[in-house]
Design a protein around this ligand. Structure first.
Ligand SMILES: Nc1ncnc2c1ncn2[C@@H]1O[C@H](COP(=O)(O)OP(=O)(O)OP(=O)(O)O)[C@@H](O)[C@H]1O
Ligand SMILES: [Mg+2]
Length: 274
């Protein structure tokens, strides 16, 4: 039976919005994210928007859940509760790229560097000629001078990490995840990879999420630094960093870089002692 509502009855009070609407320009929407390990909560209802075509660096105390957050968004670790949407779509309908923390274990040792880069394209059923064209495009973009017919063990660490990044970019991801991409690189290689990531980001508009334990790396590439608290983890602060791109190494002595770095460190220290 239909319920009759008196025409002059006061309008029912609007229920409070249960879900926080996404900020304009959002690409990835995380709502009510929960994750516990062995009964100990790590995230207990995280809400976060990742802006489209921007680089967000995740920074926070040891063990606060930086990698876990990235891995949940990338679908590598299941979530206990909540919702993660990419432009309103599920992960399965989204192309992502992932660069693992340890490049030594990330490449397939039985494939040459070139075949590693081509692997995700072949898996998608792309035709051989198209695969070749895409790999050549990446070689030009990254100005590769080393021999890609070599196997990973024959390459330097920096070369292997470059191959990992090229492989992640091969299918033209909408979102790219990088877990500590500079942690095992020397300074020269760090500068090279930083430049390349910026170039790729400017050329393609890919949304990037980067975990870093190095404060300079975290700030240098970021449009936003996402500062996390200790467990149970929440957002301590989101610090914007707006210097124009491409940013060269000189940016590291720019007053705005110095200011943002100092502020980030201050929040980090506060969280460590909390
Ligand atoms: N599979 C697991 N089982 C149990 N606990 C886990 C598991 N994975 C992560 N943890 C715990 O969850 C917390 C967050 O781990 P995570 O690796 O995400 O932290 P992190 O911020 O990336 O740390 P680091 O700074 O060391 O890289 C840690 O306390 C860790 O011990
Ligand atoms: Mg980690």
């Amino acid at each position: 039976m239909n319920q009759l509502v008196h025409p002059f009855a006061p309008a029912p009070a609007l229920a409070p919005l249960a879900v926080q609407p996404a900020a304009p320009g959002t690409h990835v929407t995380i709502r009510g994210l929960k994750k516990s390990f062995a009964g100990h909560p790590l995230y207990s209802g995280l809400d976060l928007d990742l802006p489209r075509g921007r680089i967000v660096s995740v920074f926070g105390p040891n063990g606060c859940g930086k990698s876990t957050l990235m891995n949940m968004v990338a679908g590598l670790i299941p979530i206990d509760d909540g919702e993660i949407l990419f432009d309103g779509k599920l992960l399965k309908d989204t192309t992502i790229g992932y660069v693992f923390q340890n490049y030594r274990d990330a490449l397939f040792p039985w494939l040459t560097a070139r075949d590693n880069i081509a692997y995700p394209l072949i898996r998608r059923g792309m035709k051989k000629a198209e695969v070749e064209a895409r790999v050549e495009e990446l070689i030009a973009q990254f100005e590769i001078r080393f021999d890609l017919s070599r196997y990973p063990y024959e390459l330097s660490g920096g070369q292997q990490q470059t191959v990992c990044i090229m492989r992640a970019l091969a299918p033209k991801p909408e979102v790219m995840f990088l877990d500590e991409p500079f942690s095992a690189l020397d300074f020269e290689m760090t500068l090279f990879i930083r430049d390349k990531l910026q170039e790729v980001q400017l050329a393609t508009g890919v949304t990037m999420l980067i975990v870093s334990h190095d404060l300079e790396d975290a700030v240098f590439l970021a449009d936003q630094i996402l500062l996390l608290t200790r467990r149970p983890t929440s957002i301590a602060e989101i610090v914007p960093f707006d210097l124009p791109r491409p940013r060269s190494a000189e940016v590291m002595s720019h007053p705005e870089f110095v200011r943002v770095k100092a502020h980030t460190l201050e929040v980090f220290k506060r969280e460590m002692n909390a």
